[in-house]
Design a protein around this ligand. Sequence first.
Ligand code: VG1
Ligand code: CO
Length: 543
Amino acid sequence: MTLETIASTPIEGQKPGTSGLRKKTHIFMQPHYLENFIAAIWIGIGGVAGKILVLGGDGRYFNDRAAQVILRMAAASGAKKIIIGQDALLSTPAASNLIRKRKADGGIILSASHNPGGPEEDFGVKFNTPNGGPAPEEVTERIFEATKSINSYEIIATQDVDISTLGTTSLADMEIEVVDPVADYQTLMETLFDFDKIRDLLNSGFSLRFDALHAITGPYATAILEGALGAAPGSVVNGIPLPDFGKGHPDPNPIWAKDLVEHMMAKDAPDFGAASDGDGDRNMIMGSGIYITPSDSVAILAANAELVPAYRGNMTGVARSMPTSRALDRVAKDLGIECYETPTGWKFFGNLLDAGKATICGEESAGTGSNHIREKDGLWAVLFWLNILAETRLSVAEIMEKHCRQYGRNYYSRHDYEAIDTEVANDLMQALRAKLSTLAGEVINGRKITNADDFAYDDPVDGSHSKNQGVCLEMEGGARIVFRLSGTGTEGATLRVYLEDLVEDPDRMDLDPQEALADMIAIADTVAEISSRTGRTEPDVRT
Ligand code: VG1
Ligand code: CO
């Protein structure tokens, strides 16, 4: 076992996006690529010597190799201890929990989340801070700066460490503790929800289908839903994590979880359906014959928080990302609590959660979570829904209907145009930004634009300022359109167009969202010239 200092040179483009650094796997596997980025993390956090870190990933191709490299680099740079999930597996929420519970100095999560995995697909690395949350911009900036001047890194030359056996081992002077990826997370869930009530529900003939999409939540869902709560064996499908996620996108939306949608729309559909993403932080909620949008889901959770033990009497505030529909704002108003509006990405919720300003947070991209950890949490959302269903004994559709009767319906859809030419996408956004000052007051397709701006955020806790977070058009009657470019893609650019319209007429609660939003879809194309600039007449994904 020898300590080696390897000479290296900076590699361009190692800039973390919305959630960590994501690149094609073969790029991550190039000589020094992963090593440089890890060395930059060490610099960005002021060195790893004497520190305790959590390490794990979603099991995608290269997860196990990357974990071995990180162990050797951490040991070489004097880390005190690494707590690693068995076989280098940890869902993002489980990693966040472990960082907090074990008072670690942070953690590294190996995942490109909902992006596909495999040698030809995507890999990613995220760093989380001691509060368990994704590194804020100030930290990712320091890491990025460090990538520009790396000229060497330290690593120990040795055999692979055995991370398949639970227990403690060591590498040079560093301790390595291999932990069960599920156990601590399951314990946490038991403290938040009424497991007895949910068990009763599941024993009463209530059926569910959880599709893990061959990704990390399989073992968690099997242990918790089937094991602890008694869902019928086979309720969890595609429950074994595969390095290429069975060649699908582990993205829980109606396109990539099509099989679940088909089951839930069938005549003999289960009562409840759900899916999660590659790293387990997203959720998709369905009932028999109904899909609940993530924006509606977070609003429904907040509105029913009184039914759930950990949240009863504990709702200090809520928060949503800017493109998420304003259904949550209506609930907050009713509860008499603040609803914060943040830029896209979970990292912006961290301060609000730490400061006790928000209890439940959500993003339209199927991310929902709370102050129990500092990441969004797919299975948490599933258990929250099951707890509500167990208490009310209503169906998912009935809960949705009741919610709309009380709050109105914020029809919502996101249209994604994927892999468009980066220059075309940047020009489109630039042209939109150039128009902003003249758009307010204009009437387009019969709707008056009341406000047009480029969203900027001043963090109410630390005062940090984030600008250019997306172009937002507000219209009369509570409608909105938001345009932004994705910060997680690895091929060209992805344009996201977020469409929302508020309907309060009780006779118009059951429309098809695409029809209800037809005006908004037309206005988006007129204002942003999507079809003429990109040549696309249809989005690739509608959620
Ligand atoms: C997307 C979503 C965003 C989410 C992010 C990470 O980012 O829109 O809401 O926080 O993915 O989620 P972007 O920049 O591509 O729009 V995950 O589950 O992929 O870590
Ligand atoms: Co994810």
